[in-house]
Design a protein around this ligand. Structure first.
Ligand code: HEC
Ligand code: HEC
Ligand code: HEC
Ligand code: HEC
Ligand code: HEC
Ligand code: HEC
Length: 228
């Protein structure tokens, strides 16, 4: 299944994204994370997301990020696959591989009898299942080093989002806004899944920054810190 984000690969949009990113980096100005030209299709290539899934429906019921992304806090490389397998869904949704075409009941609620495969795998009529694939971004990034940063700082507020896409990955402006002065952006680790964690006091923020071993501002904003 083609996903709409392939439109990001338009050469002119890519060129514009590049110029915006260079201009922002050189001028030190944060560009707003709005419009599909703000994300680089080189750093975040088109993804395949043939899955029916709603972050909103699940977060609205209080399921925390780590129920489905348990390795996000400890991942040491941008190459790691942090997406849930079917096993994470089975914790609440029974799935019976011997009844692929089952259509009833169509309500998808925990404890209910198994639903049709196409409830999650769109258009599935048998045979191979189209797989989800996120190409690893060619960037140096380490979730574990960012354990004191709320998920929402980089991924936005997913409470109104169905499928998360490249549009929910951080722009360079988001990275730099924090790297220039990390302390005010950090939170106690117990609060990183919260969407509206209150700001830490200045003294607490400074302690969090010390604990995170923040390097010099020059090093934190050096191109080679993030780019290969
Ligand atoms: C400082 C920014 C930042 C923070 C904070 C952050 N992430 Fe990420 N996240 C990224 C970047 C950059 C990527 C793309 C590179 C990668 O996959 O590691 C990413 C990718 C992901 C992915 C997709 C990975 C894949 O399989 O390709 C998931 C899932 C994710 N993050 C979940 C989380 C969760 C849950 C939290 C909170 C515990 C979190 N992230 C905190 C920046 C961040
Ligand atoms: C902690 C329990 C839990 C887990 C884990 C879980 N779900 Fe759900 N899911 C629910 C509940 C509860 C609903 C009903 C939501 C509603 O109707 O508001 C639901 C509804 C859905 C629906 C129907 C969505 C809609 O908009 O009505 C789909 C599709 C779905 N889940 C897919 C998944 C997939 C895929 C996974 C695994 C990646 C998963 N779920 C993991 C509890 C869970
Ligand atoms: C509640 C949602 C949900 C339902 C219902 C569901 N799946 Fe999945 N399935 C997933 C998720 C999430 C993945 C992981 C995404 C991926 O690997 O592309 C997955 C992965 C798979 C995979 C590849 C990984 C593996 O385990 O081999 C196959 C094959 C598969 N599903 C078959 C089925 C079949 C057949 C049915 C119907 C009997 C079904 N699924 C019903 C959510 C679901
Ligand atoms: C019930 C399971 C579930 C929960 C809870 C959940 N996610 Fe996800 N997440 C998924 C699935 C399934 C995907 C793959 C489909 C998609 O992209 O939405 C995904 C994808 C992502 C991606 C990859 C986006 C991309 O395409 O590059 C990020 C980032 C992410 N989730 C962050 C979060 C954060 C942050 C939270 C907590 C606020 C969270 N998720 C809670 C199941 C979940
Ligand atoms: C803190 C991490 C970080 C630093 C430091 C950083 N970048 Fe980036 N850069 C990113 C991320 C993440 C992206 C992809 C997201 C986006 O498109 O905004 C990106 C994207 C880019 C792109 C677009 C790439 C393309 O081919 O489409 C260019 C060009 C770029 N950066 C240049 C620079 C330059 C020049 C510097 C040094 C002045 C720099 N960056 C410093 C994180 C960083
Ligand atoms: C909310 C604040 C915040 C944001 C946003 C943020 N960072 Fe960081 N980053 C930090 C802190 C704090 C450190 C120091 C932690 C350490 O080195 O252990 C750091 C360190 C790093 C390092 C070097 C340390 C290491 O061990 O990997 C890299 C590379 C990096 N960040 C990349 C990125 C990229 C790429 C982005 C955007 C995609 C980003 N950061 C966004 C706070 C942030």
């Amino acid at each position: 299944m083609r996903i709409p984000f392939t439109r990001l690969v338009r050469p002119r949009a890519a060129l514009l994204a590049l110029w915006l990113a260079v201009a922002a980096a050189l001028a030190g100005v944060a560009i707003a994370a709005a419009g599909d030209t703000a994300w680089s299709p080189v750093i975040y290539p088109a993804q395949r997301l043939p899955l029916v899934f709603s972050h909103a429906a699940h977060l609205g019921r209080g399921t925390p990020c780590d129920a489905c992304h348990p390795d996000a806090a400890t991942s040491r490389s941008a190459v790691d696959d942090l997406l849930p397998t079917e096993a994470a869904c089975r914790a609440c949704h029974p799935i019976d591989r011997s009844q692929p075409g089952r259509a009833q009941p169509d309500r998808m609620v925990p404890g209910a009898p198994p639903v049709a495969c196409r409830t999650c795998h769109p258009g599935y009529t048998g045979g191979d299942v189209a797989r989800v694939y996120l190409p690893p971004p060619p960037i140096k990034f380490d979730h574990a080093a960012h354990r004191s940063a709320p998920c929402a700082t980089c991924h936005g507020d997913l409470r109104a989002v169905d499928l998360a896409t490249t549009q929910h990955l951080p722009t360079m402006a988001t990275c730099l806004a924090c790297h220039r002065d990390p302390a005010p952006h950090l939170r106690p680790r117990a609060q990183v899944f919260a969407m509206d964690a209150p700001r830490a006091t200045p003294a607490h923020a400074a302690a969090l920054a010390r604990a995170a071993h923040v390097e010099s501002p020059r090093r934190m904003t050096d191109c080679s810190t993030c780019h290969r």
